[in-house]
Ligand binder design. Structure first.
Ligand code: PMV
Length: 354
């Protein structure tokens, strides 16, 4: 099996205790992953920008185990407070990856984590959170097996993160990342993300301004949404469309054709939400101000010829994407026309990060 390479051989070093730390940013998909099978295998490939300032920072301590009554011994702190209700998520993650990280059962783990973005900001913390956790585990595994290569380290970090939350496997690398096997990118894989090479420099500093249209909890979670793609009447057409958009976007990302970039990215966002509108049961995550913002963005783009576009994740908030060089034109537009549409006037300025 392809994934057997991630089951470690007997470790070469003994480790009694460890303390590691990692900061993983969130990411925003350009071609969307929506629908999965088996153990977090995507029904179609996806490509995302890794962000910079919206991140999770995790400190992981590993000590000799003192309590053997449960499968794992874990203490979890979020913003310095013990958070018992987060533990089941981490335990599920540890259970899924225990064959790949065999030392999980033998030690006591103390995990302290914080997000740079506010809890109610509408940014999903599962991608950055699971990526930070996965990289911390790899930093510890590297102490047991210092001979591992850097490439293997990151492949396995991404592989583990995927088992925590699909899109998290794209947050273990900076820049532009692809997850899911596709002939346009020969080293692409369903099991982990790979950084896209040979991309145009305009995307290195691309801006993502997040318009917090609604900071409340979503009525339908992403995991329910993925499930609704099973037996969805348009599923096969959607997966084919995403594959086709990967081929197109791969070229656009090398050439820097922003007109085409904007078309593909907006079409992907609307196709994702179209799947929600047409699932059984159907649902709507966009809010009236999401649509108002889209109209204003289209009007601004047409009347000023500025290359901006929007994308959406599985929620009501808008990610406004534009080149760094357009900041001086776009920021006044955001302040005047878009900020008033946001809950409490909240907007987060972020950008593609390394
Ligand atoms: O990784 P999950 O299970 O939270 O799903 C993410 C789904 C989208 O954000 C809508 C799309 C994507 O590719 O990130």
């Amino acid at each position: 099996m392809l994934v057997d390479k991630f089951i470690p051989k007997p470790y070469t070093q003994k480790v009694e205790a460890a303390k590691v730390q990692h900061r993983a940013p969130s990411n925003i998909a350009l071609v969307k992953y929506w629908g999965k099978k088996g153990e977090q295998i995507p029904m179609n490939p996806s490509i995302s920008f890794t962000l910079s300032d919206s991140y999770t920072e995790t400190i992981m301590e590993m000590a000799p185990r003192t309590d053997f009554t449960t499968s794992f011994q874990i203490d979890f702190y979020f913003d310095k407070e013990p958070k018992e209700n987060f533990l089941p998520k981490i335990e599920t993650f540890f259970t899924r990856i225990r064959n790949y990280i065999p030392f999980l059962r033998d030690y006591y783990f103390i995990v302290r984590t914080r997000n740079s973005f506010p809890h109610s900001s509408g940014i999903a913390s599962s991608a950055s959170g699971m990526a930070a956790l996965a990289v911390c585990l790899m930093k510890i595994e590297k102490l047991f097996a210092p001979e591992m290569s850097e490439q293997f380290f990151y492949e396995k970090a991404s592989f583990l993160a995927r088992l925590g939350s699909g899109s998290a496997c794209r947050s273990t690398y900076g820049g532009i990342v692809m997850w899911g096997a596709h002939p346009a990118v020969p080293d692409s894989s369903n099991f982990y993300g790979v950084p896209l090479k040979d991309t145009h420099e305009i995307f290195d500093t691309y801006q993502d301004t997040i318009l917090l249209i609604d900071k409340g909890q979503k009525p339908v979670s992403s995991s329910k949404g993925h499930k609704l793609m099973i037996d969805h009447p348009y599923a096969e057409a959607r997966f084919a469309q995403a594959r086709q958009n990967i081929t197109l976007l791969r070229d656009v990302l090398s050439q820097g054709d922003l007109n085409e970039f904007n078309k593909i990215v907006e079409s992907e966002a609307l196709a994702l939400h179209a799947m929600m509108l047409t699932s059984n049961p159907y649902y709507i995550l966009m809010r009236p101000n999401t649509l108002s913002a889209i109209e204003r963005i289209w009007y601004f783009r047409a009347s000023t010829n500025t290359p901006i576009c929007f994308t959406l994740d599985a929620g009501a908030n808008i990610h406004l994407l534009y080149p760094e060089a357009e900041k001086s034109k776009v920021h006044p537009f955001i302040e005047e026309k878009l900020r008033p549409l946001c809950q409490d006037g909240d907007v987060l300025f972020d950008h593609v990060g390394k």
